[in-house]
Ligand binder design. Structure first.
Ligand code: FES
Length: 104
């Protein structure tokens, strides 16, 4: 299993485990974290917004155009913002650390 560390808006760190190929949105949602994932990963809703720790952000493939376009709709956009549904677990990102944006 692969590990993801998610810091929620209150500062609590949640350690989640997933399989190779699982995406962060699905894991966070299954764990009861406030990640809605309303479009189920079709890059249309941005309710899976996460902010990746800068040291991990560079290990991810850059966002596709569709992901960039959806991210651009976010009020709380940061340099390392990503759609959680587009972050897939793999050995290269085992232990990735990210945080959830503040509640809007
Ligand atoms: S779940 Fe909708 S953009 Fe990720």
């Amino acid at each position: 299993m692969l590990k993801v560390l998610i810091t929620d808006a209150a500062g609590a760190v949640h350690e989640l485990q997933g399989a190779d190929g699982d995406n962060v949105m699905q894991l966070a949602r299954a764990a009861g974290l406030p990640v809605l994932g309303e479009c189920n990963g079709s890059m249309a809703c941005a309710t899976c917004h996460v902010i990746v720790d800068p040291t991990w952000a560079e290990k991810l493939d850059p966002p596709e155009d569709d992901e960039e376009a959806t991210l651009d709709t976010l009020f709380q956009l940061t340099k390392t913002s990503r759609l959680g549904c587009q972050i897939r677990l793999c050995p290269d990102v085992d232990g990735i650390s990210l945080r959830l944006p503040d509640a809007a």
